[in-house]
Ligand binder design. Structure first.
Ligand code: PLP
Length: 421
């Protein structure tokens, strides 16, 4: 099973040595030059920079990069250089990572359930001042963990109360786990106001939100929470969820999202100096990576490839996500056909049903590029069953799809796209 040649037949040295000499044009050039036995992650630095510039220039507020979507240090450095100054981190390991790679960055610890020691280290060692919470216990924990040695409370905290909102308009729900219900929010907002220098309200509409209406609806809930609690709010954080483009999922342009968020946020009863934040993960990095894999075996319409559910294809396996694919062997000219993929590990769960459309005569030895894997793809790799190593190589061509190229047209095909005034 899996690849037959011993590991090391493509040594790190060879790959990195050639990296110094070449920037490969595209996946075909990499496959042609290296004929890799292992999957290869392809980086597209320009695509990441373009996405970051788009958010920095067009989002009507501050954009925090949600690090969990792809914590690659190279990507973090690109985003920083493109103007992303704030980073949404969710674990102490992410705090340490971003602090090490970007010493000047502002870190916001936006996981609503943290350990006391993680809060204390973030505050005292890494200069984190912004935390999210969705319960009184978490508020108490933050206050205790950030107090001085003599017990005096911190006076420089920005605390964001996470509100539960609907995930109905998103492909991946984030509604069940975190967030306080609107009905219970007022006492928590008031208690948080007492101890916070800046009070924020945050939410997450779910990942890959297919319509801007998701944010309008969530911001209506924010309005109700503010009115109920009668508190002064300094930060409104609309979270992540900004979509990318995948087969069968073509969202409206991001500027539509920005326009409705701007309009809805402007009409909230918040202080004049309040700030609008967002926390894009997927939208900033989906286009950054694709994956080069090889077909090791074919059985009917099933292709056994050398990466899978425990590698970069977690969402393809577990959520049935379809990613764009391209056969790199130009001699394969037969009509397109639909295939499913098996990954390299020994269990049946390592299966991606697709369908993935590839030439009907594709076979063992052919290389396939799988696109749009920069978000929750490259970051999800495990070493299960001895697989999971992959070199990363820069390429120069365009990602398989892009919202940022300037020629992206609004499909308006989906029923759930609400037309805007
Ligand atoms: C995962 C996450 C994000 C990023 O979500 P995307 O859908 O990738 O944009 C932002 N904020 C929080 C709190 C998250 O958990």
């Amino acid at each position: 099973m899996g690849t037959s040649k011993p590991q090391g037949s493509l040594s790190k040295r060879t790959v990195w040595g050639s990296l110094e000499l070449h920037i490969y044009q595209d996946a075909s050039a990499v496959a042609g030059a290296l004929a890799p036995d292992e999957p290869v992650i392809l980086n597209r630095p320009r695509a990441a920079v373009r996405a970051a510039r788009f958010f920095v220039e067009r989002f009507p507020g501050k954009s925090l990069y949600a690090v969990k979507a792809n914590p690659s240090p190279e990507l973090l450095a690109l985003l920083w250089d493109a103007g992303i100054t704030h980073y949404d981190v969710a674990s102490i390991a992410e705090v340490r990572l971003v602090r090490r790679v970007l010493p000047q960055a502002t870190l916001c610890f936006m996981h609503p359930v943290k350990t006391a020691s993680a809060i204390a280290e973030a505050y005292k060692v890494h200069g984190v001042r912004t935390f999210s919470l969705d319960s009184q216990e978490e508020l108490d924990k933050i206050v205790a963990a950030t107090a001085g040695d003599d017990g005096t409370a911190a006076t420089d905290l920005s605390l964001c109360v996470r509100l539960r909102v609907s995930s109905d308009y998103s492909e991946l729900s984030l509604a069940a786990k975190f967030g306080i219900d609107l009905a219970d929010a007022a006492p928590l907002l008031q208690a948080t106001r007492q101890v916070a220098d800046c009070l924020g309200i945050c939410f997450h509409v779910g990942s890959q939100a297919m319509t801007p209406f998701a944010y309008v609806q969530a911001l209506e809930r924010v309005r109700a929470a503010i009115v109920d609690a009668s508190v002064t709010v300094d930060i409104v954080d609309v979270g992540g969820g900004f979509p990318s483009i995948y087969p069968g999922m073509e969202p409206p342009p991001l500027t539509d999202y920005f326009t409705v968020i701007h309009r809805a946020a402007e009409s909230l009863p918040v202080s004049y100096s309040s700030e609008l934040w967002c926390e894009p993960g997927r939208a900033l990095c989906a286009e950054y990576n694709s994956l080069l894999v090889r077909v090791e075996k074919r059985r009917g319409d099933e292709l056994y490839i050398n990466d899978g559910a425990y590698g970069a294809l977690f969402d393809a396996a577990h959520v049935g996500w379809r990613f764009p694919v391209k056969c790199l062997d130009r001699t394969r000219r037969s009509a397109p056909a639909e295939f499913a993929f098996y990954g390299p590990t020994c269990d049946d769960a390592d299966f991606m049903k697709g369908p993935f459309v590839l030439p009907a005569d594709i076979g063992p030895g052919d290389y396939i590029e799988i696109g749009m894997l920069g978000a929750y793809g490259a970051a999800m790799r495990t070493a299960f069953n001895g697989f999971g190593q992959a070199e990363a190589i820069d390429v120069a061509d365009e990602p398989m799809a892009s919202q940022y190229r300037g020629d992206w047209r609004d499909p308006r095909v989906s029923d759930n796209v609400v037309r805007l005034r």
